[in-house]
Design a protein around this ligand. Structure first.
Ligand code: NAD
Length: 315
């Protein structure tokens, strides 16, 4: 019911032209105001994210909030730079006819953004702001574990001057709320970031309505250490790649391929650095390893460790 109400609200706001009908420069100005508001509330948003998600406050400040502010400013500039093309088309009939064709980019309507729990504010902003710059209305669904910054973002969006109904946030479980949004016939585009498994479900739901679809799914990315690598720097890079946000990163360097000549030295450098990493809450500036997002995730990671041990790994 909430998902449907949010889509209806977004659709009504879109049809009213209160946002979609603004001159692009007016949309740009409001989005730049949103960036200023995010900046003014940066510390509050960073702490909210850390308390909700568990991540390091330094990461929350730099990436989650700092990155979001830069991104909003960049995307605000696109509102005035969306163009089409004109072309002379060589259709040979009727004889002697000349044709000029043009493309014109128009907002799709209601865009749905389904957001994972690893970078809740930043990925919400990635989905929200390009759609707003283009003149679309938006329904955001944060992950059920991490709804708080998306809700605060919605308040700031309102304060920036985006008209009521244009931006909607629906919290709740993915299987009900997310599924209802992905399969809603009034939705023009679904943008999903999350696991490959859920991405397939979302894709099917969207396809049934021929809804446009964007999927950003899971990764399993290798880091390569070549024969001429500097061991100290390679170890630093590998640590960052594997442990940033406790490894809860789609682009994490979760596999290491090391040149035979460097294998022993890098293994020792990594083992030493990892042994020195301190555990602690996200607000503790000296902690290098912070809590995982949920107990469910913690248990999933423990199961992976057990499986690795059973297969002969040494910790
Ligand atoms: P998830 O797939 O469990 O959840 C993502 C979102 O989808 C959440 O909001 C969830 O509530 C919702 N959802 C769950 N079931 C749904 C359904 N049936 N229909 C619609 N929505 C549903 O993913 P997660 O555990 O939150 O995120 C971790 C995953 O995201 C990892 O696989 C990671 O690699 C990936 N990820 C990818 C990128 C990228 O850019 N490629 C970025 C961040 C995270």
């Amino acid at each position: 019911t909430d998902a449907d109400a949010a889509v209806q609200s977004a659709q009504r706001a879109f049809a009213s032209g209160a946002w979609s009908g603004l001159r692009p420069a007016e949309r740009e100005r409001i989005l730049l105001r949103l960036a200023d508001l995010l900046e003014a509330h940066a510390e509050e948003l960073a702490q909210l994210e850390t308390l909700n998600q568990g991540k390091s406050i330094q990461l929350a400040r730099a990436i989650e909030v700092g990155g979001s502010i830069e991104f909003v400013r960049y995307m605000a500039g696109w509102a005035t730079k969306i163009t089409g093309e004109t072309m002379e088309v060589s259709i040979p009939a009727p004889p002697g006819a000349r044709f000029t064709a043009f493309t014109r980019r128009e907002p799709i309507g209601v865009a749905v953004g389904i957001v994972p729990w690893n970078f809740p504010l930043m990925i919400a902003v990635w989905k929200l702001v390009p759609a707003l710059a283009a003149g679309c209305s938006v329904v955001l669904k944060p992950a059920s574990e991490t709804p708080l910054t998306a809700l605060r973002l919605a308040e700031l969006v309102q304060q920036a001057g985006v008209p009521p109904g244009v931006v909607n946030v629906v919290t709740g479980p993915g299987a009900s709320v997310g599924q209802a949004l992905a399969g809603h016939p009034l939705v023009g585009k679904v943008s999903f970031t999350g696991s490959t498994e859920v991405g397939k479900t979302v894709g099917h739901a969207a396809l049934d309505n021929m809804t446009r679809l964007g999927l950003e799914l899971g990764g399993k990315n290798p880091m390569l250490v070549l024969a001429d690598a500097d061991i100290e720097r390679a170890a630093e890079g590998a640590l960052l790649g594997a442990f940033l946000n406790q490894g809860q990163v789609c682009a994490a360097a979760s596999r290491l391929y090391v040149h035979r000549s460097k294998f022993q030295a890098l293994t020792e450098a990594l083992a030493e650095a990892i042994a020195g990493m301190r555990l602690g809450p996200g607000l503790d500036l000296n902690a290098r390893v912070n809590p995982l997002v949920s107990q469910r995730q913690q248990q999933a990671v423990c199961r992976l460790l057990e499986r690795s041990r059973a297969q002969g790994a040494r910790a």
